[in-house]
Write a protein that binds this ligand. Structure first.
Ligand code: GAL
Length: 408
């Protein structure tokens, strides 16, 4: 029996015992309508219980993509061990289709780059135990203007995607004729619901109309920012913009500060560790954006850090917040299941090392609680146990990340 049903039963029994059948039906009505509200506020495709993990072509390849890259990427995601760590979606971004639909109104995979078609690619990706994602736009053309968008063709395209075996749709916002995303996106939501296949729906309107406020009814994730670039400033500013909406993330619907740049070469190792740590603790989609066929050992160490991935995939699904900011120093924290807490000590400055202290009162741990601290990048449980606070010295443009577990 589900928890809410148990609660209804308890309330109904309590009301009956106290002799009031009408109070019982009143209690039931209240609880059931809360349940209805909850259901109505989540997209009913059952996907995204934890943030999605996978790869997307855009950050590294832009428009220069073809079916060979997609197939080889699927191979590499399996052979490197990334698939075992939970990376499952192989997502094709913009530029996969011909500029014109066929005479039946179908989107047509670009003959020169995707000659075997998308269905064959989906079959291949599925045969490796992975899932295939695709991209379209809630406008007349996609952002590259190199292929059509789905505005006015939502039902048709959703059916096409389902018939190809697509598992994830990223839906962009360019060339939309000036109407609001809150008008255009629901049409694709409904179309996907009717398409006969569960398809993760990723809203990409760049945070323009505060999609955190309405996205959970329409999709499984929503971009909160415009595009990331492979630089420290771009990365931390996306993290900041996304953090504001922390309260809106929950299982089934996630804030999306854009895809990962780890491995694309524009940041230092420590900066990429900060990038991956913030995305993980923020319950952001972990969509790799580098060429996984040719990545370095260092890149694999970062995106393959299972302990950090576990924070991202924790079933509680609560996005961390900045709980203290002082000059260059920031502390991010969020609860995990089993009374654990994830903490990130971040030095945003570019020159000095600082000791950074997280106080229990800031990070939501009862004052006298003794905890064990696991350093997620050193892969070590610290010998000392902590009560009241934890301190570490952090290099410029670097961070320390811990999971704190109460000691019984
Ligand atoms: C942007 C989107 C990017 C990428 C690009 C493709 O609007 O934010 O992530 O999809 O379009 O043209």
């Amino acid at each position: 029996m589900g928890k809410s049903k148990e609660l209804v039963l308890v309330l109904v029994l309590a009301a009956l015992v106290s002799g009031s059948a009408s109070a019982a039906s009143e209690s039931r009505r209240v609880i059931e309508s809360e349940g209805d509200v909850y259901r109505r506020n989540l997209l009913a495709n059952g996907l995204g219980n934890t943030p999605p993990m996978g790869w997307n072509s855009w950050n590294h390849f832009n428009c220069i993509i073809d079916e060979k890259i997609i197939r080889e990427t699927a191979d590499a995601v399996v052979s490197t061990g990334l698939a075992k760590l939970g990376y499952e979606y192989i997502n094709i971004d913009d530029c996969w289709a011909e500029i014109s639909r066929d005479d039946k109104g179908n989107l047509v995979p670009k003959k020169s780059t995707f000659p075997s078609g998308i269905k064959a690619l989906a079959d291949y990706v599925h045969s490796k135990g992975l899932k295939l994602g695709i991209y379209s736009d809630a406008g007349y053309f996609t952002c590259s203007k190199k292929m059509p968008g789905s505005l006015g063709h939502e039902e048709h395209d959703a059916k096409t995607f389902a018939s190809w075996g697509i598992d994830y749709l990223k839906y962009d916002n360019c060339n939309n004729g000036g109407s609001k995303p809150t008008v255009r996106y629901p049409v694709m939501t409904r179309a996907l619901m009717n398409a006969g296949r569960p398809i993760f729906f990723s809203l990409c309107e760049w945070g323009d109309l505060h999609p955190a406020l309405w996205g959970a009814k329409l999709g499984n994730s929503w971009r909160t920012t415009n595009d990331i670039a492979d630089t420290w400033d771009s990365m931390v500013s996306r993290a900041d913009m996304n953090e504001v909406y922390a309260d809106y993330a929950k299982p089934g619907g996630w804030n999306d500060p854009d895809m990962l740049e780890v491995g694309n070469g524009g940041m230092t190792k420590n900066e990429y560790i900060v990038h991956f740590s913030i995305w993980a603790i923020s319950k952001a989609p972990l969509l790799i954006g580098c060429d996984v066929r040719n990545m370095t050992k260092e890149t694999m160490e970062i995106i393959g850090n299972k302990e950090v991935i576990d924070v991202n995939q924790d079933p509680l699904g609560v996005q961390a917040k900045k709980v203290r900011m002082e000059g260059d120093i920031e502390i991010w924290a969020g609860p995990l299941s089993d009374y654990k807490t994830a903490v990130l000590l971040l030095n945003r400055g570019s020159s000095s090392r600082y000791p950074i202290t997280a106080l229990w009162e800031d990070i939501g741990i009862p004052p006298k609680t003794v905890v064990e601290a696991r350093d997620l990048w050193e892969h070590k449980t610290l010998i000392t146990q902590f009560v009241g606070n934890i301190t570490a010295t952090v290099d410029p443009h670097a961070s320390k990340m811990y999971v704190l577990t109460p000691v019984a």
